[in-house]
Design a protein around this ligand. Sequence first.
Ligand code: ZN
Length: 293
Amino acid sequence: MNNPFRFIIFLSLASLFGSFLSAESIKVLLVDGQNNHNWKATTPVLKQALESAGRFSVTVSTSPARNGSKDDWAQWNPKFGSFDVTLSNYNGQTWPESVQKGLEDYVKGGGAFVVVHAANNSFSGWLEYNRMIGLGGWGGRTEKNGPYLYFDDSSKLVRDPRPGRGGSHGAQHEFTVKLRQKEHPIVKGMPSEWKHAKDELYDSLRGPADKVEVIATAYSSKSKRHEPIIMTISYGKGRVFHTPMGHADYSMRCVGFQDVLRRGTEWAVTGKVTQALSKEFPSADKTLSVSSK
Ligand code: ZN
């Protein structure tokens, strides 16, 4: 074999290997540290769900605890810009202004943000955060924070400004996820209705609700509305993926939740989805979960 030919083979292999590596390397910054949920149990499930796909590497940044000192907070300075996407599993004290500004600038400038369950309870008084996540609950949210957003029985998307508190849920149960945009890359190929594992079904979320796409809903017998359950939000040049699913580790072990998480996270970074659905998937009347090992 002559040298130029060998060199060409080397180049082809190197470029193959390079594209394999770059396809593997979505860098996720997972932020936790405070939550009215068991974040110490759910963060590992989120991390495992992402990393098992072979497409992500997850770094966890844990904030100071609620009794953290001023010094602890001064030292907590997540480097949003060093990652492809930030995933929030945080619901707690308001971040220092520099950290808030860091997230705002990062997403506004074209970054990616992922919001899971109670992360949408956080920061009711931080307007830009609420614009990023579209809708939120609790924390004293009312009509002042923006409208309710839901589908009515005739499949019409309603922005409802009526007065009332934002955020509510009934008892945990298995519920049906109904696709509203079947061709959206995050859900493409999923059954048009599938049964999600036991979870809290958030209802009556409200917020600025600007540039929100509702990809899927779930019917709440409490609010009597079809509540947004998979959403995307456009914020500045950035993309946000938001799911109110994920109350507990067992909710997050739903195969549907994990596919939505992986695809939603990839979509937030690239605007596309390359990951296939799991081979087995929940059906309209049967949940399916991955094992807890
Ligand atoms: Zn919950």
